[in-house]
Design a protein around this ligand. Structure first.
Ligand SMILES: Cc1cc2nc3c(=O)[nH]c(=O)nc-3n(C[C@H](O)[C@H](O)[C@H](O)COP(=O)(O)OP(=O)(O)OC[C@H]3O[C@@H](n4cnc5c(N)ncnc54)[C@H](O)[C@@H]3O)c2cc1C
Length: 371
């Protein structure tokens, strides 16, 4: 097994890291998005004939990690990752030639921002228990329903959504995925939240929305399958943004403990402090290695249901604990906004909730063991 990055992977990492450092300037959300789209990060694992780099899940993690290591705008990193992993990748994989031609260029170059709209008020963890219905009328569908907790809701110009198309068939066979353009949905409430500021979170409303068969992604009835597949990508590759943030904060923490003094010596000389740093490095290294391995499994067409759940569970828990440890080491400076650590804590807190909560990941892990 070769654990060395190839020269292509190193170049990708370096280019995206260098570019993303510019995001720390005072730029608008739109300018930041366009700037990162120009680096090619969104198209990392999109087929070359569709305008992407044609790389795999491992390179997707490397790219997202480099972006989040360079930039402290975790909201933007999360927004770009959600757009890429749960919208652009499924359209690249399941879209018709026409759909790919119509949407992928604008989704890759930053003209269009996509939102993945699955969750409803009564279906969060119980993800396929949808009230949203797309009723077939001849060759059209009439879509009605409200989605909630949708990342990129306000910024979106396209939504990939899921609705019941056949109540007699259950999840697999009864739900379908649809690509819906901006003029066909309304953005409802946008929620105030504790972190991830540059990623809007809110409702997407479909009211008597007429869709044609050209809006259907994949086959009618294939929605649950497409969603599960997109979640496996998301649960594995989203690790990249957490790993990048942890590395950036680790570097900052090491600098801090070297220069901050107490009792006449730098605080890094106190074992109580240095052992916390040892714990942080250990969790980052283990999280990174597991995520890379899970991405390798995905690239090698293995069944990754368990690996995706383990990655999501471990990395999301790790990033929360890690940021709290950093805050403790920074003392009072960790609590005030100026040093940026309190923002890292707030941004990390949703990690064990989105893309399926930790409890749901544990359910998936044990179901893979036949329990
Ligand atoms: C920042 C953020 C971004 C998000 N982005 C998106 C997005 O882009 N698109 C989208 O569709 N959704 C998105 N979501 C929604 C997210 O996927 C749901 O919040 C999540 O799946 C949990 O659903 P819920 O909030 O309804 O909680 P609930 O399902 O009501 O769960 C409440 C609690 O009960 C536990 N629980 C529920 N069922 C079980 C069970 N069977 N076994 C064990 N424990 C259980 C949960 O783990 C949790 O602790 C986002 C959420 C957040 C916070």
């Amino acid at each position: 097994m070769d654990f060395e990055f190839s020269s292509e992977q190193k170049l990708l990492q370096e280019n995206i890291y260098e570019a993303s450092k510019s995001l720390n300037q005072d730029l608008s959300f739109e300018d930041k998005w366009k700037f990162m789209a120009d680096t090619g990060v969104i198209g990392t694992c999109i087929d070359t004939e569709n305008g992407g780099l044609g790389l795999g899940a491992l390179e997707m993690i490397i790219a997202l990690e480099a972006m989040a290591k360079g930039s402290s705008d975790n909201g933007l990193s999360f927004a770009i990752a959600a757009h890429t992993l749960s919208c652009v990748i499924p359209i690249n994989k399941y879209g018709t030639a026409n759909q790919k031609q119509q949407y992928l260029p604008s989704l890759l170059d930053g003209k269009m921002i996509a939102a993945n709209a699955m969750t409803e008020s009564e279906s969060g963890s119980d993800v396929f228990h949808l009230q949203c219905k797309a009723i077939k009328k001849e060759s059209n569908y009439l879509l009605n329903g409200t989605k909630t907790f949708i990342s990129n809701s306000k910024a979106s110009s396209l939504v990939l959504t899921y609705a019941e198309t056949n109540p007699d068939k259950g999840f697999f066979g009864g739900l379908s995925a649809f690509i819906v353009e901006k003029n066909q949905y309304k953005v409802g409430s946008t929620f105030k939240k504790m972190g991830l500021e540059n990623c809007s979170l809110g409702e997407i409303i479909f009211e008597e929305t007429y869709l044609s068969e050209s809006n259907l992604l994949g086959k009618e009835g294939g929605g649950a399958f497409i969603f599960n597949h997109s979640m496996e990508w998301e649960r594995i590759c989203l690790a990249g943004i957490h790993l990048g943030a942890m590395q950036r904060v680790l570097n900052k923490t090491i600098e801090f403990v070297k220069q901050r003094k107490s009792l006449g010596q730098s605080i890094g000389k106190f074992q109580g402090v240095s052992h916390s740093i040892a714990d942080m490095v250990t969790s980052l290294d283990v999280a990174r290695n597991y995520a890379y391995r899970a991405a390798w499994c995905l690239d090698n067409k293995k069944n990754v249901s368990k690996e995706a759940a383990i990655t999501k569970l471990f990395v999301s828990n790790s990033v929360k604990t890690f940021m709290l440890q950093a805050m403790q080491i920074f003392g009072g400076y960790g609590y005030i906004s100026e040093y940026g650590i309190e923002q890292e804590v707030r941004d990390a807190m949703a990690a064990t909730i989105y893309s399926g909560t930790s409890e749901i990941q544990k359910n998936i892990i044990v179901s893979n063991l036949g329990i």
